[in-house]
Design a binder for this molecule. Structure first.
Ligand SMILES: *Cc1c(COP(=O)(O)O)cnc(C)c1O
Length: 490
């Protein structure tokens, strides 16, 4: 059984290793560390031919089994059956050719139309099953820049013994994202807008996860606290699988031969998707480089190119790819731990907390650059890219469009798979501005209607019905008041 340890090397209750269930129920190890696996299973060298005629669920089951996690088989099956709610149950994650040696892995074909469904759907199911067995109550905190929230609410609604509090940046999301959350029914759900950014929401969440006083208050109601953000390894494990699956698809379609190295290109924020790719590479998936794409909030570009993580003078810039408007990219910590060990991780993360900066040595930087390359683009580049691809017959969202900057800049000779992380309908005004090359301020609803008319694209009823639903969650509060609000709800 693969065990998990704190990235900062802390000992918890006299033990430094925990099993999977413990790591997902209490995702923050003490003193701010995250749980990371002590080892990874290896893929068999003939995995592509072995799995090319198997379903996504069969591949997923095989990989989860190879991690040997302490989750009952029936609960794993129930979790994976949720992929049946995707557009095509036989292939929930299609890989589409969009250029010469260029493919898009469409990760957004689940119920909320963003790639978060890929992991949160099955993760939510497994967490709910665990909670039901312990008979304890569970409070799940979610901080969202707009896509995690809807996916988590959808996954946890009406699950016994579970309550969910979802914090989103008021004015920081698209209409669709906000409505997906504020109209979500469920007696166990609470959605709160924060006067602040996603980082403010995530900082509040991490503070609460570590706050003894808050935990004691919850204890009185017999409630345990956990998080559904990608600080939770329970999400990361599901983000390894689709990278392997897209490779198998390419082999099956005879676009590559088994063993050929490919590049993955990932529009990144909290680095969960990219971390999944990193683990997949370590497990033996033939990946040459993982190309990290950012928007103008280019902290990851600076980190990977210069080895410096410096948030001293940075403010979040609002962009047309809001899911990547982030400065504190949590999962970088797991990569640093994996490459440089826990005491170095602790040192660097403490530097970040105290001085708002940390710096890698030259050797460390080179080690990072062996795996990752990074670049960023501005909104204008993304806009032009969406138009070019639209005219070529492919509609992409503004997050996915940032990948094209990396594809052009690095011009690798490899086949590249970009992660397509959201459907156009989640960011329709931006997509419409791009394809019409205008700056008109459309509403989400208008632009969805126009795009559906001028293209053959449709969106789901889940999205087109949003405007007919009642707003059930109206709270907008300051970050300082979060604790009070949550305790009252619980
Ligand atoms: C969450 C999200 C991202 C960033 O993914 P990370 O795993 O946080 O790096 C990119 N695009 C979209 C549309 C997202 O919802």
């Amino acid at each position: 059984m693969i065990q998990f340890v704190s990235t900062r090397g802390d000992i918890v209750d006299g033990q430094n290793e925990v099993c999977f269930s413990e790591a997902i129920l209490n995702p923050m190890a003490n003193y701010g560390g995250l749980y990371a696996p002590t080892s990874l299973p290896m893929l068999p060298t003939d995995f592509a031919s072995k799995f090319q005629d198997k379903s996504y669920k069969e591949l997923a089951k095989y990989i989860l089994n190879s991690f040997d996690i302490d989750i009952h088989e029936a609960d794993i099956d129930t979790a994976l059956n949720l992929y049946d709610n995707f557009d095509d149950p036989a292939n929930p994650v299609p890989v589409v050719k969009i250029g010469e040696k260029l493919f898009a892995c469409e990760l957004y074909r689940g119920p909320t139309r963003a790639f978060k469904d890929m992991a949160i759907q099955p993760f939510g199911s497994i967490l709910a099953a665990l909670v039901q067995k312990t008979d304890q109550k569970q409070l799940i905190l979610v901080a969202t820049s707009g896509d995690t929230g809807p996916a988590a609410l959808d996954s946890f609604k009406e699950k016994a013994n579970i309550k969910v509090v979802c914090l989103y940046p008021h004015k920081g999301t698209s209409d669709v994202q906000r409505l997906q959350m504020t109209t979500q029914a469920g007696s166990n759900l609470k959605v709160i807008g924060i006067n602040g950014t996603f980082d403010d929401a995530q900082t509040a969440l991490k503070r609460l996860l570590e706050c003894e006083d808050f935990k004691q208050k919850l204890d009185k109601t017999d409630t345990n606290l956990t998080a559904a953000n990608s600080v939770n390894f329970g999400r990361i494990i599901f983000q390894i699988i689709y990278h392997i699956h897209s490779y198998i698809q390419l082999v099956k379609a005879k676009q590559i031969s088994q063993g050929d190295k490919i590049d993955l290109c990932i529009p990144s924020g909290n680095f969960g998707n990219a971390l999944g790719a990193y683990y997949a590479k370590k497990m033996g998936l033939p990946i040459d480089h993982i190309l990290i794409a950012s928007n103008q909030n280019n902290i990851l570009t600076q980190f990977i190119n210069d080895g410096i993580y410096d948030i001293r003078d940075r403010q979040i810039v609002k962009t047309t790819s809001p899911a990547m408007d982030i400065l504190k990219s949590s999962n970088i910590e797991r990569v640093i731990y994996d490459m440089f060990g826990s005491s170095r991780t602790k040192e660097l993360m403490e530097n970040l907390n105290t001085h708002k900066i940390f710096e890698l040595t030259n050797d460390e930087k080179q080690k990072i650059q062996k795996v990752f390359k990074a670049t960023y683009c501005d909104d204008n580049f993304a806009k032009k890219t969406m138009k070019t691809y639209y005219e070529d017959g492919y509609l992409m969202d503004p997050h996915t469009a940032t990948c094209i900057k990396a594809v052009q800049q690095f011009q690798t000779d490899k086949t590249i798979v970009i992660s397509s992380t959201a459907q156009w309908s989640k960011f329709a005004p931006t997509v419409l501005n791009a394809i019409q090359n205008d700056d008109i301020r459309y509403t989400d609803k208008e632009s969805i209607d126009i795009i559906s008319t001028i293209t053959n694209e449709t969106t789901t009823e889940n999205i087109s019905n949003l405007w007919r639903k009642e707003i059930l969650h109206k709270d907008i509060i300051d970050p300082e008041d979060i604790d009070k609000h949550i305790i009252k709800f619980v």
